[in-house]
Write a protein that binds this ligand. Structure first.
Ligand code: RIB
Length: 297
């Protein structure tokens, strides 16, 4: 059985590079484009596998070239894809990404087959999910699917609430570690995005979770656990593309939790994994191996 199980999305990403992100209604000329396999779920799975963990993915693609390409990439990483099912009637999820000169991005996801995953697919994977040391969840698949999976896992449940949506009653109570960014935390708490650590801590305290880790990009993360807030800095790196950095952070957390780390130690390692990811372009193409993270210092 896999140490880490990821229930989530698989997408094919098309990324355009631009000097600056366009404003609403504006056209900007790009400097090039590329495609890569991605999706928040698949990114977390590949990142965890490159850190050396045994990983199983539960998700859904279309019966098309994009789906076959993603399944091949996951297979090459030795990820168990027995529960990545194929929908004959919906296309594989697609993401349209724009990355500016500073590495910041904007992403639109057309979720396709990710949205046709049902509780039935989770039941099919119940044994694998139940045995996981860590279950990694995000919100690019239907939230009832996420809720059902969380209820099956007796290990550590990590929810990355991206993109933020209304959560069903009872889901957060099943989550051991919530990993939002500032905007997602604001949405979940019906408040404005906060920058001040005390404000962020107050927002986290509104949620029924034992541990919240708020990702802050180049500034690292804030860990709120047992009534204490700890700032975890990110290593300083030259950022070229932030795509998948949050996913790599979640995978780093999961990896450290499997190793028995406490939330603060886990977040320190996760910040290193996330930082290594922003130094390369793309989604799966940017995810580092354990040796690469360790070598980066
Ligand atoms: O988090 C980055 C990911 O978001 C991309 O790979 C894209 O597919 C979207 O899901």
């Amino acid at each position: 059985m896999a140490e880490i199980v990821v229930v989530g999305s698989l997408n094919l990403d098309t990324t355009a590079r631009v000097g600056r992100l366009p404003a609403p209604g504006e056209t900007v000329l790009g400097t090039g484009h590329s495609t890569d396999t991605g999706g928040k779920g698949a990114n977390q799975a590949v990142a965890a596998a490159r850190l050396g963990r045994s990983v199983a993915m539960v998700g859904r693609t279309g019966a098309d070239d994009a789906g076959a390409r993603i399944a091949a990439v996951l297979g090459a990483e030795a990820i168990n894809v027995a529960n990545v099912t194929v929908d004959d009637g919906a296309p594989t999820g697609m993401a349209f990404i724009t990355v500016d000169a500073e590495g910041e991005n904007m992403i639109v996801v057309s979720p396709g087959a990710n949205t046709t995953m049902t509780v039935k697919h989770i039941e099919r994977a119940a044994e694998v999910i139940a045995a996981a040391r860590v279950l990694l969840l995000q919100l690019e698949v239907p939230v009832d699917v996420v809720h059902h999976a969380a209820g099956l896992c007796s290990g550590t449940v990590i929810l990355n609430p991206a993109p933020a949506v209304d959560l069903p009653a009872g889901l957060l109570e099943m989550v051991d570690i919530l990993v939002p960014n500032r905007t997602e935390l604001a949405t979940l708490t019906a408040s404005e995005p906060a920058t001040d650590p005390e404000q962020i801590s107050r927002q986290l305290d509104l949620l029924p979770i034992p541990t919240g880790i708020v990702t802050l990009g180049a500034k690292g993360a804030l860990v709120r656990t047992a009534g204490e807030t700890t700032a975890v800095p990110a290593p300083v790196v030259e950022a070229v593309d932030a795509t998948a950095a949050g996913d790599a952070f979640c995978a780093g957390l999961a990896d450290a939790v499997v190793a028995g780390a406490d939330p603060i130690t886990a977040a320190r390692w996760a910040a290193r994994v996330g930082a290594a990811t922003v130094t390369r372009r793309g989604a799966h193409a940017s995810l580092p191996t354990r040796a690469e993270v360790e070598a980066a210092g």
